[in-house]
Design a protein around this ligand. Structure first.
Ligand SMILES: [Zn+2]
Length: 64
């Protein structure tokens, strides 16, 4: 089980974990929930969701 390092939100889902790895590196040990990741990257949650869909369409292995 993976929790958000900022707000402690628990049980981050595979999509959230995948986008963390995709944007921050596959070897990271701290994960952010989508809200905190959006704030950290100065973008919106909707933009992150769009990126997740894009990566899925590309068949990225992190999103299976
Ligand atoms: Zn969070």
């Amino acid at each position: 089980m993976v929790n958000c390092v900022i707000c402690g939100k628990s049980d981050l889902n595979n999509d959230t974990i995948g986008i963390n790895k995709k944007l921050l590196g596959e070897n990271i040990s701290n994960y952010y929930c989508l809200d905190c990741l959006a704030e950290y990257l100065e973008c919106t949650v909707d933009e992150l969701l769009d990126k997740i869909e894009d990566f899925k369409e590309e068949g990225c292995k992190l999103f299976k």
